[in-house]
Design a binder for this molecule. Sequence first.
Ligand code: ATP
Length: 657
Amino acid sequence: MVFDFKDIIEIMEKLEGISSKIEKTQILINILKNTPKENLEYVLLFLMGNIYPEHVEKELGISQNLLMKAMSKAYGHGIEEIERMWKEKGDLGRIAEELCEKRKQTALLFSSLTLREIFNVLRQAADMEGEGSIDKKMSLISGLLIKAKPKESKYLVRFILGDMRIGVAEGLVRDAIIGAYFSQFYWIDIFTSQQSITEEIILRYWKNKVFLISKEAELSHPLFVLIKKIAKEVKEIPEREIERISSFHYSKLKADIVITSSSELGSRLRQSYVELVDEAYALINDISQIALIAYEDGEEGLREVKPVIFRPIKVMLAQKVNTIIEAFNVVGKPAAFEYKFDGFRAQIHKNKDKVVIFTRRLENVTKQFPDIVSYIKEHINAENCIIEGEIIGYNKQTKEWLPFQKLSQRIKRKYYIEKIKEEIPAMIHLFDVVYVDDELVIKKPFKDRRRILEHIVREEDFKVMLAKQIITEDVKEAERFYKESLTKGNEGIMAKNLNAPYKPGLRVGNMLKIKPTLETLDLVIVGAEWGEGKRAGYLSSYELACYDPDTGEFLTIGKLGTGIKEKSEEGTSFEELTEILKPHIIKEEGKHVVIEPRLVVEVTYEEIQKSPHYTSGFALRFPRLVRVRDDKSPEEADTLERVYQIYEMQRGRGIRG
Ligand code: ATP
């Protein structure tokens, strides 16, 4: 079966109506199994609403207004009418569907669009620049819309806007890749009475599949009886065999679904594949390429994935602990402690004489930091490398290190870079290495990576330094170092496990941050209310949401009204937030507005509580604004999982995962 645009539209409709993640995954697995290799990239990018893979810096550059104009041209309705409909419905996709239907075109006039054609046209539009390009882009888009059937128009428009509204994001696509090219792992554990399958899933999605079931399982269990009825084949093998097979080549068994009798084993097997795919993905930042590698070269292929120089990788993240003793408990003794500089994290790629700097958001900021580029060229002795450090600003006169807020002016600055470079000079403190002279070094323990770094860096104060570090097993010594770091103007210290590998894209306990403040949350504003009285004309009461990386959804968790100033001179004000948010309003209902998730804010709170009132299932007590986090994208906001972890920690249950 050739899987193309018309097939995917039918499935999109199904996905939109389903909220269960496990069901969505089953549908995605079917898509992957039916998609031929040459369409895999298009299908995955389309599902996720991306025209290019994540690492490509190009943008389509079609604003909502331009799209409305293209719709107006394609459907012969006035732009005012489309705008009015949009304010009412807040979904241009549905409006396109409605207008397309009204056009009463006979089916014969619709030509069948292919994914290849859609991507070609849109990528052509993305490449257009300069005079007349806006009109040309508009014609290209209206040309596509004219060819599309009503349902197709709906998703085409959403695709152009980059918001498919089907609840499919990286997490689910990753699970689907595992399910399609390796196996799906479930369990029915009668000892712990945990089971990860339901009768509904079996009946709806698992007819004619090949099952591998552990011999130790309670085979008289009604779900197994059902499976035996509907399966194409059931292989029963001992649990230790299942474990052994999985450790080298699972896919050879061609089992669609593996069911163990132990929830521990089942979830461990599943987790091992999750880590395999996640790590490879974090290194090359292209989920469709990962799918292709899994499809063609299986596990081995994924294990051999190497980063590509000048393509940003997803970095390893830190967990928070509150005390040095806690830190030792997590990273072991002795441990490395380093200053936690208050700058921005830079991922630096170098190949011969070329240097590129990426931020945490994987944005290229090379142009903004010509000073750092030349320091790296002069002070790093490696043909090629990917290294990490914190760029901080300092005061030219006093030589004191500056807080991040000051340096952030340089990140935003696109012009007069030479001038600001003089006003806010910057330096870098390097703390890790991922790749050096064509070798991926992430599997090496941290102490060896630090040694490599020491070997390739020629330090020079106020240019390139290694992060100040001590190695100790003594709580008192670590505490002294913590105090010293704070007096230097740093945020705190980092504690690092000397023997741990680098885990790209993951927040595992290999690297910890210790800072004096409460754990804050970085959340996305997704709604607000128009204010009254002295706040009339300004947005207020901002609705906060955390991120669900499985579905790409933003789940609400509270309303923010404090910590925001009345006047801009005093800090982040209502006026300033309104200015940032207003262009992203997507719907208005009386006083309440819905805002496209764009802006990340850091908030403190007194406590996290369970709450049916918000879609995350949690509520923040007394949230208060700390600052706007324009160094983070909405997808980098704190996740539902993180909120849950903090909630558990509050209840004294400690860190998980
Ligand atoms: P997140 O916790 O999500 O990473 P964040 O940016 O709020 O977000 P921080 O609380 O600032 O994270 O802690 C981790 C960050 O600390 C790193 O991403 C890095 O930018 C910074 N950092 C400063 N000094 C160091 C160091 N010596 N080693 C590692 N990271 C450091």
